[in-house]
Design a protein around this ligand. Structure first.
Ligand SMILES: [Zn+2]
Length: 173
């Protein structure tokens, strides 16, 4: 079975009936042959932080897990179902950097693809954030944290394409 197509799931999560592909709203969607359940899919939301120090340097974190292990990422992560993005970002900063942050203005929202497989499209929400007191420590799925000057951002070692867009928007502010 090909990844990235919409035939990955075989059975209805509601009744166990077989799923079939139908064009609805001009898009192929999986529909249950038994109960008519439509298996809508959406991009998965994430929240990330743009954190700078007193010299205006940007904080990036090195990914400790795949996809893109060893590449530089913005600190952040996937939101849980129903989770407020600002609360989710604060939770992620505690998990990843062991720090409480004050979340500031929205930088933007960017569509991307996490792992180029089925159901891996992401909707990435980026905020400016400010760490409150305490020392940031790499934890969880981060192996290293590092400050980069605006002229020395490691563009070729960034984990995901959307980071290029968000960092350009942030630099152009
Ligand atoms: Zn069904």
């Amino acid at each position: 079975m090909k990844s990235g197509d919409c035939t990955r799931f075989q059975f209805c999560p509601k009744c166990g009936g077989r799923l079939t592909v139908k064009k609805l709203d001009h898009l192929p969607r999986q529909v249950c042959q038994e109960c008519g359940f439509i298996f809508y899919q959406n991009s998965k939301p994430t929240a990330s932080a743009i954190i700078t120090n007193s010299q205006g340097q940007l904080l990036l974190v090195k990914r400790n897990m795949n996809p893109r292990k060893g590449y530089w990422d913005l600190p952040g992560g996937f939101l849980e179902e129903g989770e407020d993005p600002i609360k989710g970002l604060k939770r992620e900063m505690k998990e990843e950097l062991n720090v409480n942050v004050k979340v500031g203005s929205l930088v933007g929202i960017y569509i991307d693809d996490y792992s180029c497989s089925y159901q891996s499209k992401t909707l990435n929400i980026a905020y400016v954030a400010k760490p409150l007191k305490g020392k940031m420590t790499p934890m969880d799925d981060v192996s290293e944290i590092k400050w980069f000057s605006k002229t020395k951002i490691p563009w070729k070692q960034l984990a995901f394409p959307w980071m290029h867009a968000v960092l350009r928007d942030w630099l152009g502010r």
